[in-house]
Design a protein around this ligand. Structure first.
Ligand code: ADP
Ligand code: MG
Length: 690
């Protein structure tokens, strides 16, 4: 079976390099009970580990039926241990939390045998070692003698070619010793049993031959080497049934209860933070899309022209803002459609100024024209209190909520008054305009609150009519025809104050409003001399840059949060691996696939992470509702957290896919990294019998 040639094994510790075995040579046949005797620390267990392929030699070679063991691949070694070896240890090394049945079934289970085959075989071996009655008992509840009978049943159930028995009776009484040794002797008639013992009585009674291990060398006594014929037979292929994995996984998961809860909670916090941030990203984008429309200024913009004039003899130039030529302004918006260019009367109706409310003088407030103050199609966008005025009614105005909030009681029904007197001149003719403005507040409208200030909205058409009907007497008589304020504004130059330096562009509907805004951006980006501007656009832009600045600034925190989750997962996975190290070592010795063993210790992290992901996904409705509620309570903007349940970026059920996927990746990496460190030699150490 074995031919060992010039075998050497050294252990390198920080202080020294020690050759435990050196120039060891012997052979073993495929049947019989062979004892290895030696004092404690003489290298007996090391030799067994070399023969089972659990350790690699540093010198020489071991031929297994003529094949060099150290040339075996990882997988071949696993198969060799799984199909050809059985192990019995002084301290049993059972899976303490599994039942007797599950322990004995393990080698067959690792081979991927069918359930039926396993059950039949286990029952047979349980009765062979007279432990049928213990079948359902947990291994940890057994006595030493019972445990070793379970261990020997486990070692022989798969009909291995070699049984490695490392001081199998060291922890047993005489009675149990006899049972175990008699069994081993019986087994050795059909396979090779390698017994490590320092009990001379046992050796004399049972061993066919004894090898004495002394000073790292084998003393062969007078028995000749037994050379076997070559045998290239490969072990059968393993089937992929993983029943053993499930049983161990369940037990491990149950045992690590507190760690699992910690892991779930910390991952849940991490994923929730991620979801909330994502919800904020989507929510704030959606908010700007819908909220920007909740602004009465959104459909109006002012069209002006900037002209630079060189100053002679100076590197500086002057920039002057003016009203463009009407046709230039008209051509600018012509392609949009649904936009009209109108005269700006801001000189005669100041956009900012003091007023009195029901006779009491008030601070300055902004006045803005609305082309269609009835808000026809847009009505549903705003929360409106009171009644909307008619489109050309200049007696009624709308105020916004910021205006209303200045006062303790509703301003609806109250009267705004201010009065303006102007001296105007045209072709050297002076004239006077007296305009008393008296408005009845008929409605309060709730606009997008971000950066909004108190505003009064009046009907542009109403003002237009007023201007057309306000005749300038002196100028009219000098010109010989009726000249109104409207005419004065119309014919004035672009840089005359009467022009108020701009035209109004009024969009008739949302679609043209959006296009007007895009035009505004285009002109600004191309540094065009014409500009289309509106306070509403400015609010939108600053809101956008504020939220994107906020989102960018939370990214590092989010990254730290996720790293923290990964670290906690790593830590918990590694600590459960440490507490399960013996289990891993037994699995290693029994030839479990390395990948499967790793999966066994990664799986709990994966399960925890997925539970956390599902929990945080389940709470999305609550995040959306209460997260948004909190923000709207703090800053007055609604639906700021909108974690979408549908498709995002064209990916259907985005969060249902991405969050679990992310959770799985984090868990597999987090739990996988520390497992890379789990070395095989340290696993072998785990099975040492002290
Ligand atoms: P035995 O089974 O005969 O009591 P072992 O084979 O377990 O002895 O160990 C032989 C010697 O090798 C001991 O001195 C032990 O300290 C040393 N040894 C075994 N494994 C390691 C290891 N992984 N690292 C360092 N020294 C080791
Ligand atoms: Mg030992």
């Amino acid at each position: 079976m074995f031919e060992v040639k010039d075998l050497g094994k050294k252990f390198v510790t920080s202080s020294e390099t020690k050759w435990v075995l050196r120039h060891v040579g012997f052979s073993l046949p495929s049947k019989g009970l062979f004892a290895i005797k030696g004092t404690s620390g003489s290298g007996k267990s090391t030799l067994l580990n070399l023969l089972s392929g659990s350790l690699k030699p540093d010198e020489g070679e071991i031929l297994l039926d003529g094949r060099k063991l150290h040339r075996f691949s990882e997988k071949e070694l696993e198969d060799y241990r799984c199909f050809s070896c059985g192990f019995i240890y002084q301290h049993f090394n059972l899976f303490e939390e599994l039942s007797v049945f599950e322990n004995v079934a393990m080698p067959l289970s690792l081979q991927g045998k069918s359930k039926k085959e396993i059950t039949n075989n286990v029952d047979k071996y349980l009765s062979l070692f007279q432990i049928e009655k213990l079948k359902g008992k947990k291994a940890s509840f057994l006595s030493g003698g019972e445990k070793q009978r379970v261990a020997i049943a486990r070692a022989v159930i798969s009909n291995p070619k070699i049984i490695f028995a490392d001081e199998p009776t060291g922890a047993l009484d005489f009675h149990n010793e006899k049972i175990i040794m008699d069994s081993l002797k019986e087994i050795s008639k059909s396979c090779l049993v390698i017994l490590v013992s320092h009990n001379q009585r046992l050796i004399d009674t049972y061993a066919d031959h004894v090898f004495l291990l002394e000073n790292g060398q084998i003393n062969c006594g007078n028995v000749p080497y037994i050379i076997e014929g070559m045998n290239e037979a490969k072990p059968p292929k393993r089937k992929s049934s993983k029943n053993w994995l499930k049983a161990l996984l369940f037990q491990n998961y149950k045992r690590e209860g507190v760690k699992n809860v910690l892991s779930i909670v910390s991952s849940f916090i991490g994923f929730s933070a991620l979801l909330l941030s994502f919800g904020f990203l989507i929510g704030s984008q959606n908010t700007i899309k819908s909220e920007k429309r909740r602004n009465l200024q959104y459909l109006s913009a002012s069209v002006s022209i900037q002209e630079s004039k060189k100053i002679e003899g100076s590197p500086l130039s002057l920039t002057q803002q003016g009203r463009p030529d009407y046709y230039d302004a008209y051509n600018l918006v012509k392609d949009i459609g649904g936009v009209t260019i109108q005269t700006d009367y801001s000189y005669f109706f100041p956009i900012y100024g003091p007023y009195s409310l029901n006779g009491l003088l008030q601070k300055e407030v902004s006045f803005y024209p609305v082309f269609d103050i009835t808000l026809r199609e847009r009505k549903d966008i705003f929360k409106i209190e009171g009644r909307l005025p008619k489109s050309n009614d200049l007696d009624s105005v709308i105020v916004n909520k910021q205006f209303a909030d200045q006062f303790e009681e509703s301003p609806i029904g109250k009267t705004i008054f201010f009065d303006r007197d102007f001296e105007v001149s045209y072709n050297q003719v002076r004239d006077y305009v007296s305009l008393p403005y008296r408005f009845y507040i008929s409605a309060v409208v709730e606009e997008f609150s971000f950066l909004n200030t108190p505003k009064v909205y009046y009907s542009y058409s109403g003002l237009d009519q007023l201007m057309k009907s306000t005749i300038l007497e002196k100028i009219s008589s000098a010109k010989g025809k009726e000249v109104s304020v409207y005419d004065l504004c119309e014919i004035c130059q672009g840089n005359s104050p009467y022009s108020s330096y701009a035209y109004w562009a009024f969009a008739h509907n949302e679609d043209s409003g959006d296009k007007l805004k895009n035009l505004s951006l285009e002109l600004e980006n191309s540094k065009n001399k014409y500009s289309v501007s509106s306070a509403a656009y400015a609010v939108e832009t600053s809101y956008q840059s504020l939220t994107s600045a906020f989102l960018t600034s939370i990214l590092p925190f989010l990254a730290i949060e996720i790293a923290g989750v990964a670290f906690i997962i790593s830590f918990l996975a590694y600590s459960s691996f440490l507490s399960n190290k013996k289990q891993a070592a037994i699995l290693f010795a029994m030839g479990a696939r390395n990948g499967d063993t790793k999966a066994l210790y990664q799986m709990p992290s994966l399960i925890n992470s997925l539970i956390a992901a599902i929990l945080s996904i389940a709470l999305i409705p609550i995040f959306n509702k209460y997260g948004s509620l909190l923000i709207s309570h703090l800053v007055g903007i609604e639906r700021m957290i909108t974690i979408p349940l549908g498709s995002v970026y064209g990916i259907p059920f985005f969060v249902f896919l991405v969050i679990p996927l992310f959770a799985a990746i984090i868990a597999l990496i987090g739990a996988g990294l520390p497992l890379l460190k789990a070395r095989k030699s340290s696993l072998v150490e785990e099975l040492k019998d002290e």
